[in-house]
Design a protein around this ligand. Structure first.
Ligand code: CMP
Length: 139
């Protein structure tokens, strides 16, 4: 059976620019149901833990300071084939390579400040969702 949930973050760049509502609207229009959602600001420590898999990458420090610099919207989304379909909706990591009609094409600024996160596997979707939400926050 296909796993039917993914985890997303509307990142500080997109929230700062007032894009959160437009992004959520496109997510809903693309057939995803919101299972959980809240606005938070990650501490530097939160961001280091969330992105621990990237800690050896040259962009790790920039990523941590970017992701903790302002509020973000975190959400769990449900749809058949959620992980892959959401990756298609958001587009390539680098907005210059993102297809027309994708969220990153429309809302992202650069490879670092790329507006939206989407889990890259079912396993990571579960880990990332559990990082931000308890089972009592899943509806
Ligand atoms: P995301 O896929 O949500 O999670 C990992 C993040 O690392 C990615 O989004 C980008 O924000 C960031 N990232 C990936 N590659 C680079 C890069 N080459 N330079 C800066 N940031 C990057």
């Amino acid at each position: 059976m296909l796993y039917n949930r993914t985890f997303t973050m509307i990142k500080p760049d997109a929230v700062e620019k007032g894009y959160a509502g437009a992004i959520l609207s496109k997510i809903n229009a693309s057939g995803f149901r919101i299972v959980s959602m809240k606005m938070i600001q990650m501490s530097q420590r939160d961001a280091e833990l969330f992105y621990a898999v990237h800690k050896e990458r040259p962009f790790f420090n920039d990523l941590v300071s970017f992701m903790s610099r302002g509020p973000i919207v975190v959400a769990i989304l449900e749809k058949e084939n959620a992980v892959d379909d959401f990756r298609t909706l958001i587009g390539a990591t680098n907005p210059e390579e993102a297809a027309e009609g994708t969220l990153r094409k429309q809302f992202a600024t650069s490879v670092g400040e790329n507006a939206v996160h989407g889990s890259d596997s079912n396993e990571n979707a579960q880990i990332e969702a559990a990082f931000h939400f308890s089972s009592r926050e899943m509806f």
